[in-house]
Design a protein around this ligand. Structure first.
Ligand code: SF4
Length: 201
């Protein structure tokens, strides 16, 4: 086990914060990375299902994200190729409306410098949702405007909306996302990952 992953999995900084939520859950950091990965998926925070399984994006949002990236599960979960670094490693709980609470800022402040130094250079960073976009790009624009301006960041960085099924209406309102952005993103992912060892080009 990577020692930094072990350290993160042992983190309990937010124990009191999570105990005070409606679910009263304990921290369960979901850390999924290895030095040498070519792609970073920088997301928001695990949802309740991922909190239970311990596997990032092991839910319908993950299915949609894999489709957007053109990846099967085996490739998506290959830590030698893909690192998953959210704004918080733990499920933050629900707000009064049943939506996920924001990722606790203390998590990125505590861990991100070490994690990104540990990873080294990556070829592609995918910023999933507004929290990751504001943090990594330093933007203040809303998700629609940031994603619409994707060409300013490609091909090293692609901002995406959250793949939650709550965003299905957003996808319908913004058809350029599927017709213009996704084909370029899928090409970039395939280019960065290249063929697996033993595969023909
Ligand atoms: S969210 Fe981050 S800082 Fe908080 S307990 Fe989990 S790993 Fe630690």
């Amino acid at each position: 086990m990577d020692p930094l992953v072990t350290d993160i999995r042992a983190c309990r900084i937010c124990a009191d914060r999570f105990a005070a939520t409606a679910t009263g859950h304990r921290p369960r950091p979901v850390a999924w990375f290895r030095p040498g990965a070519r792609i970073v998926i920088a997301g928001q925070a695990p949802g309740a299902r991922v909190h239970d399984s311990g596997l990032p994006f092991d839910d319908r949002s993950g299915d949609r994200l894999r489709d957007w990236l053109g990846l099967d599960r085996a490739t998506f979960y290959d830590r030698d190729r893909i690192a998953i670094i959210p704004m918080a490693f733990c499920f933050p709980g629900y707000d009064a409306k049943g939506s996920d609470l924001p990722p606790p800022p203390i998590c990125a402040a505590t861990w991100h410098d070490r994690v990104f130094a540990h990873l080294g250079d990556v070829a592609l960073t995918v910023l999933v949702g507004g929290y990751a976009q504001r943090h990594h790009l330093g933007v203040r624009s809303n998700v629609t405007d940031t994603v619409a301006g994707w060409r300013a960041h490609a091909p090293e960085v692609f901002p995406l909306p959250h793949p939650s099924w709550r965003n299905t209406a957003w996808l319908k309102r913004n058809p350029w996302f599927e017709t213009e952005l996704l084909p370029v993103l899928r090409d970039r992912v395939a280019q960065v990952l290249g063929p697996r060892e033993g595969e023909q080009e």
